[in-house]
Design a protein around this ligand. Structure first.
Ligand code: CTP
Ligand code: CA
Length: 229
């Protein structure tokens, strides 16, 4: 849809978008992180505001300007992101999990900086699993009729991985990106396929992250219950 001709089809709706990448602390100076910039999530927040929604943007470690009109909740870890998303999801019409959430965190946090010792091998790094927020929300919707949207970055057989992930997570829509060395992360453009639990498959050609965001909102708006026709 061309910019400037956006429908106000999210008027009166509360949308929650998570963006960025979580950081799981190991000691006071180190963390396990990922390369997500948050740009896709911010594009989703901006376009949702433009389409009339009330927007809560849960932002994990991003370095981007707050989208005008969105309520931005900064978080660091996956546990903090989960808490903020679940809190905002209570009265949300849709939750979009665009954030890259760490699957694992260090099993133990060292309160003092971990020091190397010349005469010892480095210690192994034990990990613990984080809660899968998307699967949790999909299985137990905080509000009846709420829509849940996930993102997945895949390699190899992207569509097969995407279909399997959509079924496993139980969400309504899954935006699947193909990733390689130079794709998706931190870039301005994106190419994706949006898979629906209803079997739909919407290809989004290579283009600005706003265009992908608008396609996601088109698909969401068409699936929201209780729309005045
Ligand atoms: N996600 C989540 N909570 C987690 C991990 C992921 O909510 N602890 C969400 C992401 O925000 C994204 C979706 O799940 O919307 C898919 O993330 P992805 O990492 O592709 O899925 P995983 O099930 O973790 O699969 P993989 O083993 O491929 O990493
Ligand atoms: Ca993962």
């Amino acid at each position: 849809m061309a910019r400037g001709t956006l429908p106000r089809d999210l008027e009166g709706r509360h949308v929650v978008v998570s963006a960025g990448g979580t950081r799981e602390p190991l000691d006071p100076v180190r963390y396990l992180g990922n390369r997500s910039s948050g740009k896709q999530g911010y594009a989703l927040a901006r376009t949702a505001v433009a389409r009339g929604a009330r927007v809560t943007l849960v932002a994990a470690n991003t370095a981007l300007a707050d989208p005008a009109g969105a309520d931005v909740v900064p978080v660091g870890t996956a546990a903090q992101l989960r808490e903020a998303v679940l809190k905002a999801a209570g009265d949300a019409d849709v939750v979009v999990m665009a954030a890259a959430v760490a699957d694992f965190r260090p099993a133990a946090y060292a309160a003092a900086k971990i020091k190397k010792k010349d005469d010892e091998e480095p210690p192994p790094l034990a990990l613990a699993r984080n809660t899968d927020i998307l699967a949790e929300l999909s299985a137990d919707r905080p509000r009846p009729g709420q829509l849940v949207v996930g993102f997945a970055a895949e390699t190899d057989d992207v569509l097969a991985h995407g279909r399997a992930k959509l079924a496993r997570k139980g969400c309504d829509l899954l935006v699947v990106n193909e990733v390689g060395e130079n794709t998706a992360f931190g870039r301005e453009d994106n190419e994706a396929v949006v898979l629906g639990a209803d079997g739909s498959e919407t290809a989004v050609p290579f283009g600005p992250k706003e265009a992908l965001a608008d396609t996601v909102w088109d698909l969401v708006a068409a699936r929201l219950p209780g729309r005045a026709e």
